[in-house]
Design a protein around this ligand. Structure first.
Ligand code: PHE
Ligand code: CO
Length: 296
């Protein structure tokens, strides 16, 4: 009992940095967090709450409040689970680091959301290359309280198990969908473009960049387009995809993707920063959209 779970991070080898995978499910060693760990949580929490008011979608802000998360201490998974269980039936489970794809899909398909138990070190406050507790908990957990989004995540897990059986290309397509929605999605709300992607809400720089920088493209949601689009893991995104509502996301993912994977297999990938003639491009300030060649 009370074994400290491992902290599994990427490893430096002569081939550079390589990800390391782990399948263990662990108890959150809450009493083992140091004062420095809680301070890191507090710093990031306060900073992001401020940045996200007026930038994150209203569901994210409201749901985070419903959990009663505060900057005072790293939340206990058990406390959050009591709320989740009542509302959408999701359950947080502690993990040591990155999971192999199939293990990850299987958890989601069963409404278990894996949360890394450890938090980044002080020198990683602004950037960490892999998910930690702050990204997983602050970034992903609030939307699990939303019934539609919770269903989307579960369906994604089931779709992942299926794509895994279909082969590597299908998995590339489906992973891009996760990347451009769950991790880096934008949503158009009444008051303009807003963030819902967890990879954005857990990063101060990207929260501002994705909405305010003139550099990236903000393109209307289009399933085949997303599945063909490469993405960046080492810099801010060059393209964000904008949904109109979580209903739109749910509806677009109802059909069986098997035929779509077959159709996309011979098509070339689209570089991360390209804009196509057929894209619907959003204006960053007003959130109004128009077809390409408008003054964006
Ligand atoms: N409908 C998808 C399929 O058949 C599954 C899925 C649902 C994928 C929701 C992503 C999100 O594979
Ligand atoms: Co994530």
């Amino acid at each position: 009992m009370n074994v400290q779970p491992r902290r599994v991070e990427h490893q430096q080898t002569d081939k550079g940095s390589v990800p390391v995978y782990t399948t263990a499910v662990v108890e959150q060693p809450w009493a083992g967090y140091t004062a420095a760990d809680h301070a890191t949580w507090a710093t990031l929490f306060k900073r992001q709450r401020e940045v996200l008011l007026g930038r994150a979608c209203r569901e994210f802000i409201d749901n985070q409040q419903r959990f009663g998360m505060t900057p005072d201490a790293i939340p206990k998974f058990d406390d959050l689970n009591r709320v989740l269980k009542k509302v959408t039936g999701w359950e947080l489970i502690g993990v040591e680091g990155l999971l192999p794809e199939l293990t990850f899909f299987d958890h989601l398909a069963n409404r278990r959301f894996p949360v890394t138990w450890w938090i980044r070190r002080p020198e990683q406050i602004d950037y960490i290359s892999e998910p930690d507790l702050f990204h997983d908990l602050f970034g992903h957990v609030p939307l699990l309280l939303n019934p539609l989004f919770g269903d989307y995540m579960q369906a994604y897990g089931a779709g992942g198990v299926k794509a895994h059986g279909l082969g590597a290309e299908a998995l590339v397509n489906l992973t891009r969908l996760y990347w451009y929605t769950v991790e880096f999605g934008l949503i158009k709300q009444n008051d303009g473009l807003r963030i819902y992607g967890s990879g954005i809400v857990s990063s101060k720089g990207e929260s501002i960049h994705c909405l305010e920088s003139p550099a990236p493209n903000r393109i209307g949601f289009d399933m085949p387009r997303i599945m063909r689009t490469r993405y960046r893991i080492d810099s801010y995104q060059k393209t964000y995809f904008v949904i109109d509502s979580f209903e739109q996301l749910m509806n677009a993912t109802q059909p069986d993707f098997t035929a779509l994977y077959v159709e996309l297999a011979p098509q070339e990938s689209i570089p991360a920063g390209n804009v196509l003639q057929s894209d619907f491009v959003y204006h960053r300030g007003t959130g109004e959209g128009w077809a390409k060649d408008g003054d964006v």
